[in-house]
Design a protein around this ligand. Sequence first.
Ligand code: 5IU
Length: 256
Amino acid sequence: KVHPLSFEQRLSLIRNKVGRRLLEIMLKKQSNLAVAADVTTSEELLSIANEVGPQICILKTHMDIIQDWTESVSEKLVHLAKLHHFLIFEDRKFADIGNTVELQLTGGIFHIAQWADIVNAHIIAGPGTIQALSRSAEHCGILLLAQMSSKGNLAVQEYTQKALEFAQQYEDAVFGFISLGCIGDPNFLYFTPGVKLEGGGDSLGQQYTDPKTVIAIQGSDVAIVGRGIIQSSNRREAASTYRKACWDAYLQRLEE
Ligand code: 5IU
């Protein structure tokens, strides 16, 4: 299933403009590393964004775990994203009917549509979720959850295929998937969480795979790394190590 195309070649295949902008950033920074900043204070979130910013193509956020969230946090985040040239991916995993999703994306106290470049969605509620996201935030690129990294998850086989079909129907808005690797179509980008150099897992079902397996063998494009970097005593150095490991794995895939 792993296709042989380079990121340069994929640039002309991706219909969504956020997807193309991401590829340009990836090529320029030689980075297919996303960092998952699962932290609970704005101070820590912003300091991570600043520390790992130069090494990453994406910062993945969970705004609803930040205890002191205000609009100024998102403003500062956007400032750092511009400074270090990365995109902001709010991992909100929208899963409701279209009408509700539209309100969740634009309303509440988070106003996700104002600051996120990328958002994601489950396909469980049908295409209305995607229609709502693409209509109410045309400037946001969408990723669909096709597979998950956690033990016992239900996103397998037919479900994964359905995610691919949905994406193909909304190719202007959807530019990729959360998946364990390439699921077959080079017109989309593949983003894989559950990545750690040492492998292993955690006590709540997370299952880690190393960057080389995920990118060179399973054909994923962007590795999403959380605790592997966040819990390191030197985040800058860890991000640099992961960036190199992920990019080398991509170059290795091209050679095969
Ligand atoms: N995440 C997963 N697995 C998934 C999906 C999302 O781990 O299948 I969808 C998120 C959860 C967390 C990050 O924000 O990716 C992984 O963080 P760690 O590398 O710390 O496990």
